[in-house]
Design a protein. Sequence first.
Length: 166
Amino acid sequence: MDRRRLAVLCALVPALAAAAPPAEPEPTNSALSQRGFVTDRAAAERAIAFRPFVPDRAPLGVALLPPFHGGQLSKNEGIGYEYARHGRDWILQQWPRNGGTLRAFSGLPAYGACGDVHAVGGRKKPRGVAWTTPRGLVFSLTPDGTAEPRTILTEFRRLVNLGACR
């Protein structure tokens, strides 16, 4: 190859690199991605067999979740929402109950229409709250990171007051 062609090729390399499609962003290792398959909200809500409670108009992320109980069928899959509230990120997960129970967790007092409420991680220092609804759904609320038990219970009650137990 002569010097002239080499000079033209060298001049084209930066232009070709700039025209190349951007590299795919590396997947994040978010709390939500550790629980299920992160996807867009519309696709996730179409894939499940129940009408979910949406904790925030603009969730930070949405994921399809493996079943709470029952075989790996789309009718048994759940949905998870990550959302921000008062400077903290939260994960709200929901599934069809399908005969599963929350007996493995310590019981908490009923609140609103939620008669079956449990502490995730123990009553003294819960890491979250799980509950069942009269519609046959199971919910789990956990902060992304740590939070005081009072903060977790306050967020649980806020969600129930918004309709998370109907």
